[in-house]
Design a protein around this ligand. Structure first.
Ligand code: NJP
Length: 247
């Protein structure tokens, strides 16, 4: 019997790479995001990928996706991102609200909608895409750091609450990843500001590097729970300690 994996935020970056990778691993992949044109392009690569228009900030949208599934063996709560890099004193409430809504409540909606199917599968795996921002603070990161800490806490709580049931809870916490959209989203589409994030860093992680970690985690034997993987590029020894090479 083929297993089904649901990946949120599959239209770009880590989610797109994960959908592609899980399809290659033999899963039927339900690829969800708002930008349907990009999902259609991804789905054209593999008959195992089904594109689904999904907005994780909408309960109706999440419920419709859940109702369309016969089964769900893997859920990758990946949809998310950062808005802004303002100090707490000047931060826009609106940015914090959007970050909480997509990262935290979006993951909560998906989790609540799919836990019954993950349990029914007999070996469900829930992957929570947090960040190293879920494990420490940095200047300007307040709202994002808070949201990623909340997701991390949700994963830890779920693992406690679901113990004894056939579901594994995996947290993937990447450091600097040069994905397609993350920095662009943070800076509202400002390409120069986005490029400065990675300037001089020899090799930031790629979306494929993170997809590889996700695929490895979910394909371990059923009794093996990978609680958390923290993954950084070699050039990033800690949140603030990034090796940059000048031209
Ligand atoms: O970013 P990007 P990443 N409903 O912008 C989707 C975390 N992370 O791959 O809806 C449904 O390329 C959006 O799709 P669309 C990060 O916090 C990253 O880097 O079509 N989907 C797109 O597919 C996030 O949790 C880094 O606009 C929604 C995807 O989310 C995850 O990794 C470091 C949505 C974002 O793709 C993936 O980010 C780190 C909604 N309402 C953690 N809103 C990093 N890149 O450095 C957005 O530690 N999406």
């Amino acid at each position: 019997m083929r297993k089904t994996a649901v990946v949120t935020g599959a239209s770009s970056g880590i989610g797109e790479a994960t959908a592609r990778r899980l399809a290659a691993e033999g899963y039927d992949v339900v690829a969800g995001a708002r930008r349907r044109d990009r999902l259609d392009k991804l789905a054209a690569e593999s008959p195992s990928i089904r594109p689904v228009t999904l907005d994780v900030t909408s309960q109706e949208s999440v419920d419709a996706l859940a109702a369309s599934l016969e089964r769900c063996d893997v859920l990758v709560n990946n949809a998310g991102g950062a808005f802004g890099l303002d100090p707490v004193a000047d931060a826009r409430l609106d940015d914090w609200q959007r970050m909480y809504d997509v990262n935290v409540l979006g993951s909560l909606r998906m989790t609540q909608a799919l836990i019954p199917k993950l349990v029914a599968s007999g070996d469900g795996v829930l992957v929570m895409l947090t960040s190293t921002a879920g494990h420490g603070a940095y200047e300007g990161g307040g709202g994002y750091v808070a949201a990623k800490h909340a997701q991390r806490t949700m994963a830890e709580t779920l693992r406690l609450e679901l113990v004894g049931q056939p579901v594994r809870i995996v947290e993937i916490a990447p450091g600097m990843v040069r994905s397609e959209g993350f920095a662009l989203t943070r800076f509202g589409g400002d390409e120069e500001a986005a490029a400065r994030v990675y300037a001089g860093v020899p090799d930031p992680l790629t979306s494929d590097d993170v997809a590889d970690a996700i695929a490895w985690s979910v394909t371990r034997p059923a009794h093996v729970n990978i609680d958390r993987l923290v993954i950084r590029p070699r050039a990033q020894a800690a949140q603030h300690k990034v090796h940059r090479v000048s031209d």
